[in-house]
Design a protein around this ligand. Structure first.
Ligand SMILES: Cc1ncc(COP(=O)(O)O)c(C=O)c1O
Length: 381
């Protein structure tokens, strides 16, 4: 069977996964607590007899945050989850009910969007600038409008770092304005920082909204999926006590795997920064290869803002194109990508698509992009 090129999903490079190091450290890690695996997490000291999850991993989360933000997160306000998606699910189930208004970027992660739709929320999308993130003027007008109608959005969900799918990084000025608006309308912010550490450049980044907040108004979610691999299924949520207690009272799964947690914690507490450096280098190299191929084969009819990190390239098609035909023509060439409309809060047809490239072998990227470019050319009206 002919090979299919999957430029889909938010996957990581298999070659940077620390297989040998994890295998080695597992032995030590497992022996460290041994028979304690016979207990549920909340029944043991390793989780501080709480639903927060393995303490050693919460310490790693706190350190990871400190390295970037300059301040540590208090470990008793961090809860370990099965991927950041479970954190999103916990927040949704605990704080939102059908009919509630949730504000998101107009384009956003489709996993969250699908879950918000499943919860029957009323999703309102705010346009997002490819470089600077959510358009805060429009957010302000939208909030004023809801206020006049006596309606109150329940939460503002945002992906400020390496936004999925556009790659935008919300400026610090916008983050501060977002916080001020959230304070004045008394709406919590739900900050999804899945990609925060996948930075290609070492210059100073805006501080997280959570760091800028001093009123406990931000729920912050992070993940190990994008720095190690999504198969690990470990993420986390940070929130102040009032939110955290409500959220935990809606959790029924008896906790996240301590086995996975302890292995990852023992590895990352020593190796996080060395690993990240190598990991990011490989992702950047693959991003460069993808951008180069796009320029070479599709430069005349596509446009993209080179991302400063994350795992995606958001490609806009500059000519009139039939997106349904594009999907068909790409399929005939064994190329898959994520259609732009998947990310739109109202599934609006867009002349855009998202490419995920980090998991593809270097030499295959140009072949796949060439095929995709041929499909685009054929679908242009
Ligand atoms: C913005 C965003 N949030 C959350 C997730 C869920 O990731 P995970 O559950 O693997 O941590 C993803 C996955 O791609 C994502 O892009």
């Amino acid at each position: 069977m002919e090979k299919t090129f999957y430029f889909t999903g938010g996957k990581t490079p298999p070659e940077t996964f620390p297989t040998d190091a994890l295998a080695l450290i597992s032995q030590k890690a497992i022996k460290k607590i041994g028979g304690a695996f016979a207990f549920y997490p909340r029944q043991h000291e390793y989780s501080s007899y709480s639903d927060l999850g393995y303490k050693g991993l919460r310490e790693v989360v706190s350190l990871r945050y400190k390295r970037r933000e300059g301040v540590a997160l208090p470990i008793d306000n961090i809860v370990v989850t099965s991927g950041s998606m479970q954190a999103i699910e916990l927040v949704g189930r605990a704080l939102l009910k059908p009919g509630d208004i949730i504000i998101t970027e107009e384009l956003t992660y489709y996993g969250s969007l699908e879950f918000f739709r499943y919860l029957k929320l009323n999703v309102i999308g705010i346009p997002v600038d490819d470089k600077r993130g959510m358009e805060i003027d429009i957010l302000e007008d939208t909030l004023k409008c809801f206020d006049r109608l006596n309606l109150k959005p329940k939460i503002i969900y945002t992906i400020p770092n390496h936004h999925n799918p556009t790659g935008a990084i919300m400026t610090e000025k916008r983050r501060k304005r977002l916080l001020d608006l959230a304070y004045s309308y008394n709406i919590p912010i739900f900050e999804d920082d899945c990609y925060g550490d996948i930075d290609f450049y070492k210059d100073r980044k805006p501080r997280s909204i959570n760091t800028l907040d001093d009123e406990g108004n931000v729920l912050f979610v992070g993940s190990f999926s994008k720095i190690l691999g999504p198969g690990i299924r470990l993420g986390y949520l940070y929130a102040k006590d009032n939110y955290l207690n409500t959220i935990l009272s809606h959790r029924w799964d008896l906790g996240t795997s301590v086995l996975a947690s302890i292995i990852v914690a023992e590895y990352l507490k020593e190796k996080m920064w060395d690993h990240l450096e190598k990991h990011i280098k490989v992702i950047k190299r693959k991003m460069d290869i993808t951008l180069k191929a796009l320029g070479e084969y599709a430069g005349e009819y596509t446009k993209c803002t080179p991302p400063r990190g994350g795992l995606f390239i958001w490609v806009k098609i500059t000519q009139n194109i039939d997106m349904e035909k594009l999907s068909l023509y790409a399929e005939r060439r064994n190329v898959k990508y994520d259609e732009g409309k998947l990310f739109h809060y109202r599934e609006r047809e867009l002349k855009a698509l998202r490419l995920s490239y980090a998991h593809i072998p270097d030499e295959e990227i140009p072949i796949g992009i060439k095929r995709l470019s041929e499909a685009i050319r054929e679908a242009i009206i």
